[in-house]
Design a protein around this ligand. Structure first.
Ligand code: NAP
Length: 288
């Protein structure tokens, strides 16, 4: 069997075109969606990520602000900037790029962001909203995975979904989103024994580990849907995922590539969340 590819670039293009249309409508009503991206330090991967996020905002017709600070920025100064952005009516989404330098408490900074502008979905209020099924921003990467499943018309009801990884930004929210769609969910982590026995039972596998080839063809049930969140480098220095793509694509029913899979969807969902925040701001103004 050769799996069908779920093309994150193509799906992103389609979704971003709709976001741009909706953003233009909001702008015409007096609210131009605005995203502030805050980068502290010189981390080269982070610099690429923030550049891509700002570029995507510009292409969608958003207002975007990139604030860059020295790695020596004091935590109190960063918190002050976050407070200022919370009070800035032209900004609907605030994203503080992680990781932050070691002297800054990242969780404290995330908690300083107004939940109404937490378009990354990392605030404890957003996590709580997801857990309880209330309205709130969903973390962009697992949200993008859900959109990919939706794009193939996949019904999760009664399906067994296995999430490999339990981080706060990918694995745990992913599991909750799958659960919300009535999948039976198993979460695996570094302490899981007999991983292969578990993944072989899965109708859907989300690999979010950060290790190459952690999912191989012998671990996948024929026809399963495989979403690869991982971002690693192979021996040639090329970007690759957690999944042995060449092997698994012969067994799976659907598979996401790396690059061109979940990665572009993450930025797309950031735009979707920022747009939603701007829409909320307009609704609030109109209600007054
Ligand atoms: P993380 O915080 O390092 O979490 C990795 C998780 O994998 C942990 O829960 C860990 O278990 C688990 N794990 C480690 N070895 C395992 C194994 N052999 N079997 C099963 N689980 C195992 O990483 P993350 O932030 O969630 O990111 C995961 C990957 O996704 C990384 O490659 C990252 O770069 C990528 N990523 C991609 C995007 C995107 O836009 N495409 C966005 C975010 C992240 P323990 O909890 O027991 O340690």
């Amino acid at each position: 069997m050769t799996a069908q590819l779920i093309d994150g670039n193509a799906l992103s293009k389609q979704l971003r075109a709709q976001v741009a249309i909706d953003a233009a409508k909001l702008t015409a009503q007096g609210v131009k969606p605005g995203l502030a991206v805050v980068l502290v330090g010189e981390n080269s991967a982070s610099q690429v990520y923030v550049r891509n996020k700002v570029k995507a905002c510009e292409e969608a017709g958003f207002h975007s602000v990139l604030e860059k600070y020295d790695a020596t920025l004091a935590e109190t100064d960063l918190l002050q900037r976050v407070h200022a952005l919370n009070n800035d009516a032209s900004i609907h989404g605030i994203l503080v790029q992680l990781p932050l330098p070691a002297h800054i408490d990242a969780q404290k900074v995330i908690e300083a962001i107004s939940p109404a502008k937490d378009v990354d979905g990392f605030h404890i209020a957003s996590a709580g909203a997801l857990m309880t099924g209330m309205k709130g921003f969903w973390p962009c990467t697992p949200y993008g995975c859900m959109k990919m499943l939706e794009s193939i018309g996949y019904s999760l009801k009664g399906k067994h979904a296995v999430v490999m990884g339990r981080s706060n930004i990918v694995g745990k929210p992913m599991a909750l989103m799958l659960l919300q769609q009535n999948a039976t969910v198993t979460i695996c982590h570094s302490g899981t024994v007999n991983l292969k026995d578990i993944t072989l039972q899965a109708d859907v596998i989300v690999a979010a580990v950060g290790k190459r080839n952690v999912l191989t063809a012998d671990m996948v049930k024929p026809g399963a849907v495989v979403l690869d969140v991982g971002m690693n480098r192979n021996d040639e220095g090329k970007l690759c995922g957690d999944v042995d793509f060449e092997g698994v694509k012969e067994v799976a029913g659907y598979i996401t590539p790396v690059p061109g899979g979940v990665g572009p969807m993450t930025i797309t969902m950031l735009l979707v969340n920022t747009l939603e925040s701007a829409q909320n701001a307009l609704n609030t103004t109109q209600a007054i």
